[in-house]
Design a protein around this ligand. Sequence first.
Ligand code: NAD
Ligand code: IPM
Ligand code: MN
Length: 357
Amino acid sequence: MPKTYKITLLPGDGIGPEVIAESVKVLDAIAEKSDFNFEYTEAPAGGAAIDAHNDPMPASTLEVCKASDAVLLGAVGGPKWDDLTGALRPESGLLKLRKELGAFANLRPVAVPPSLAESSPLRPGAVIGVDLLTVRELTGGIYFGEPIGNDGTEAFNTMRYHVDEIERVARVAFEWARKRRNKVTSVDKANVLEVMRLWRDTVIKLHQAEFSDIELDHLYIDNATMQMVINPRGFDVILTGNIFGDILSDTSATLGGSLGLLPSASIGGGIGLFEPVHGSAPDIAGQDKANPIAMILSAAMMLDELGEEAAAHAIREGLEAALGHNARTADLWHEGYKKASTSEMGGLIRDEALKHL
Ligand code: NAD
Ligand code: IPM
Ligand code: MN
């Protein structure tokens, strides 16, 4: 009997459904040639769930997610729901899902092969060979800290971390560094914020106790943002909190030329959530223009987590081969290339991936 993985699909809003369709296209083709199958259940999330159930993360969607082996999410949010506040916002639904799944570590890998260097806003010589992994804390910090308030005149959020929350995500970063190039850069604001002082002290203690074989350095977030642009090859694993990771990872995505390239895996609770780093891109939604690569690579990260490494590898190799063709979606397009639609790019990656199985 072939193995069957139960996958929850949360297409969400804007380009979410468009890129989810491409990842399913690739996954189905791979499954056809492998000894496993996928059983998909689709559920509403974000704005789509507000429209259907007046709740951005309905209990019924959470139930489906928790009964599956993995969750693939497209993107949530958009102008239609921008006047909503607090727990009613599409984005709050995503935060709730991450929390409910216990997905405290978010892995955001960036690699720039020579085929993408020309699309980068930086000089090709500065980005070829970039290979970094941001490990972003995902269920704590200022995104979740209490108290929160807004009386119309004054408003506040609270950045707080417990030592246990810092330690568990730092452990993920150090363990990844051992599988990579043995270096962790912890990014904080320990020169100003008390909570970041605890962050740094905790990382140092864990390093001394369990990971002294790994090279560890520390950067303040302002400097880290600059180093990302002037010396991106200097990074191996970046460990950082929730809000700094959000910001720094969008910057890292542009090294290869587009946010539409950057996948992520949100893990820690058993059931992984695999979501591109980009949002619903309202400016290009519905035009068959979105880059499906971030979503397809998120599906590859899912395959890795499920233990289907050969299939994940085939997707990555297929992508590299696809980038060898002269087709690019609009976000990466430049002179000498043919413009590819979302579905053409997905089809090309699928066809190339199959050759690498
Ligand atoms: P965005 O990531 O949606 O878009 C930023 C820019 O990048 C836009 O110009 C967009 O066209 C481009 N872009 C993004 N993904 C692309 C892709 N796959 N291919 C080509 N171009 C791509 O960020 P935003 O405009 O700040 O936010 C739009 C909405 O998405 C907001 O409601 C926001 O809250 C939400 N959002 C959701 C997620 C998520 O669901 N994980 C992440 C970020 C933002
Ligand atoms: C991301 C997004 C989300 C975040 C939003 C949509 C809640 O920007 O995944 O990077 O800030 O975590
Ligand atoms: Mn973000």
